[in-house]
Write a protein that binds this ligand. Structure first.
Ligand SMILES: Nc1ncnc2c1ncn2[C@@H]1O[C@H](COP(=O)(O)OP(=O)(O)OP(=O)(O)O)[C@@H](O)[C@H]1O
Ligand SMILES: [Mg+2]
Length: 248
């Protein structure tokens, strides 16, 4: 069963199709990149999958359940995670405190007798997440003092606190300096490794896409132009024609 199934989804503003009859399946454990020129509809498709927008037609399924009409928070509870806005990071708290808060939010308010146990669970989970995003050595630093790439890792950590089965990452490398990209790519690549988690990632850096993606989906004017292995997509004449002279 697909982790995410987008089934004939369109999103129109007036008569203008922004997302145009897109059908795609993200498999459990799969890393799929979503590429396409500026304005192709990539972020709009994320909005439809996460529930910020409702499709004009078509259906969105998560793990086989039709979530087309569910609010974003209910999709999140079903295991869909989308990178937090930067504002979700508390700059005046430490990296570890930020993650611990997100873990606590996931677990719900721990009260009374089991409070101590819950505190320990939160600390253990926080350490595990910090290790997963390779921020252990930054745990005691104020989040506001992190470099861009490290902030992105922290945003991914906050997302992982929600224990998602599916991660939607919209241009995680944007604004990150070239020297920081390899370390961030290493973290992103590991997100699907041995976890059964699936990732759908919008990314403009083609070297990163080719490095991490199992499959690449290409959007063009809102429509899905191709969805295949990186090699097959890059040698597809339609894709080449669509991008001739365009910056992916
Ligand atoms: N709320 C909206 N109202 C009107 N037009 C919109 C709205 N949201 C998106 N659009 C238009 O839909 C098209 C697709 O936008 P979208 O942000 O999904 O593209 P994108 O592929 O994510 O682009 P980028 O690579 O620049 O992030 C654009 O032409 C955009 O102007
Ligand atoms: Mg976008």
């Amino acid at each position: 069963m697909a982790a995410v199934a987008v089934d004939g989804v369109s999103w129109r503003i007036g008569a203008v199709p922004i997302v145009d009859d897109v059908t795609l399946r993200l498999e459990p454990g799969e890393f799929m990149a979503l590429i396409g020129p500026n304005g192709a509809g990539k972020t709009s498709l994320f909005n439809l999958i996460s529930g910020l927008r409702r499709p004009s037609s078509g259906r969105i399924l998560l793990g086989g359940d039709d979530v087309s009409t569910l609010a974003p928070y209910r999709r999140a509870r079903l295991g869909l995670g989308r990178t937090f806005q930067t504002s979700a990071v508390f700059g005046s708290l430490t990296v570890a405190e930020n993650v611990a808060l997100a873990v606590q939010a996931r677990q719900g308010g721990a009260m009374r007798a089991w409070r101590k146990r819950a505190d320990r669970d939160i600390a253990v989970r926080t350490d595990k997440i910090l290790a997963e995003v390779r921020l252990t050595e930054r745990a005691m630093r104020l989040a506001g003092s992190l470099a861009h790439g490290e902030k992105r890792k922290l945003e991914i950590a906050l997302l992982l606190a929600g224990e998602p089965r599916v991660l939607l990452l919209d241009e995680p490398m944007a604004g990150v300096s070239a020297e920081e990209v390899p370390a961030l790519v290493a973290v992103v690549r590991e997100l699907t490794a041995d976890t059964g988690r699936s990732v759908l990632m919008v990314e403009h850096h083609m070297d990163v896409v080719l490095d991490v993606a199992d499959r690449v989906a290409v959007l063009h004017h809102g429509a899905l132009l191709a969805c295949d292995t990186p090699d097959a997509v890059m040698s597809d004449p339609f894709v080449q024609e669509a991008y001739l002279g365009e910056d992916l």
